[in-house]
Design a binder for this molecule. Structure first.
Ligand SMILES: Cc1ncc(COP(=O)(O)O)c(C=O)c1O
Length: 381
């Protein structure tokens, strides 16, 4: 099939004859001003007003009771695993259709992922599939969930809101409650995405956001932990700052802590970006509407739209091709002609570090992996 019409359309909406990247940042506000302020005042590192301000801005926007900045989304996830009590040799339910960081964070603890299928309408972890797998493979003993085959404790469940589309959170919260499993949301991609009016990352015990350069807003590199439990958030702040006991000059630490705190200079960028977040999300949703309209009547290629009851940030737009061959042809033609597109990540269960892990049929996961391609999604200013 010839994808020229699609290539022209994408170039057209991004207003260029040249190269169209997948997802690049936009700096249209106070970024330079705040960065200069950091340099002029010398507050570029671990203390400074932008750190607190950035946390407050994200907490206010998401409705979280507390937000804690980290150096990356990956170490925010690592911290989240520790905060919900995941320990070495525990098991964690998650999706195979995710970016590697989700599973790396589980592995840093010495815990093991179990891969469960995604839903066709969200591309994220399926509560039904989780329930079915637990009913067949798990049991509760004295209030703790165990895997009947391995004997290991199943401590947590980590859904990922794929490309910004929220998973079925109400159902997942219920399943986790029923099976005494802690819910941690990998909301790395979903800043600006709401499920039934509530921001993603605020349904589980902890949520983790990423501000990597390709995300809806960026701090260069960075992450944020979201909490509805303020006390847990305060403890997270303590652990991410080397667990230092506050004192004017003494260096006393009361836990194994981490140097996971975002520097002020990155937070300065974050504050400037937050000032435009809602505008960026609305802009991305407009682009998604354009794509939806354009692909509406195409037989062999469908545009993936937000699940019911959700407002997705459409971080990365996705199309679904007819089959694996069509996916390869589409990738080849678009990338050969200056439109950057990418397939979905290699599935986690196919990577050497995780191929021994348990999984269910992963039927929808494999279906998506063979068909999904991300198309340009940057904010169009
Ligand atoms: C699903 C998912 N989880 C975690 C991360 C990790 O975030 P970071 O790159 O900020 O470490 C990312 C993105 O980069 C991601 O897409």
């Amino acid at each position: 099939m010839d994808y020229n019409q699609i290539i022209s359309y994408i170039k057209d909406i991004y207003g260029t004859d040249g190269f169209v990247p997948l997802s690049v940042p936009q700096f249209i506000g106070n970024e330079k001003k705040y960065l200069e302020e950091c340099i002029d005042t010398t507050f570029v590192s671990s203390v400074g007003k932008f750190v607190d301000r950035f946390e407050e801005m994200v907490a206010e926007y998401t409705g979280a009771k507390k937000a804690v900045v980290c150096v990356s989304g990956t170490n925010a996830l690592h911290m989240a695993m520790m905060l919900v009590g995941v320990e070495r040799d525990d098991e964690v339910l998650t999706q195979a259709l995710t970016f590697i960081a989700t599973c790396n964070a589980i592995s840093y603890i010495g815990a093991h992922p179990i891969f469960i299928d995604v839903d066709k309408d969200t591309m994220g972890l399926s509560p039904k599939a989780v329930k079915t797998w637990l009913e067949a493979n798990a049991e509760i003993k004295e209030g703790t969930c165990y895997n009947k085959t391995t004997g290991r404790r199943i401590k947590a469940c980590v859904p990922m809101h794929t490309f910004g589309h929220p998973v079925h959170l109400d159902e997942l919260v219920d399943v986790c409650k029923e099976w005494h499993i802690e819910l941690v949301e990998d909301a790395a991609e979903s800043l600006g995405s709401f499920y039934k009016g509530k921001h993603t990352g605020t349904f589980g015990k902890v949520g983790a956001i990423s501000f990597n350069g390709n995300k809806t807003i960026t701090t260069g590199g960075g992450g944020m932990l979201l909490f509805m439990d303020e006390k847990l958030g305060e403890f997270a702040k303590h652990l991410t700052t080397q667990a230092k006991v506050p004192h004017r000059w003494e260096f006393v630490h009361d836990h194994i802590g981490y140097n996971y705190r975002m520097p002020n200079i990155n937070a300065a960028l974050g504050c400037a970006q937050m000032e435009h977040l809602e505008k960026f999300v609305l802009n991305k949703r407009e682009t998604a509407d354009k794509y939806a309209e354009f692909f509406k009547n195409m037989e062999d290629i469908k545009f993936f739209t937000e699940p019911a009851d959700c407002r997705s940030n459409y971080w990365l737009n996705a199309v679904i091709l007819k089959d694996k061959q069509a996916q390869l042809d589409f990738l080849q033609q678009t990338n050969d002609n200056g439109v950057m597109t990418r397939p979905i990540w290699e599935l986690m269960n196919r990577l050497p570090m995780f191929e021994h892990c348990q999984n269910d049929s992963l039927e929808n996961t494999i279906w998506f992996a063979d068909r999904v391609v991300n198309i340009p999604s940057s904010v169009r200013i």
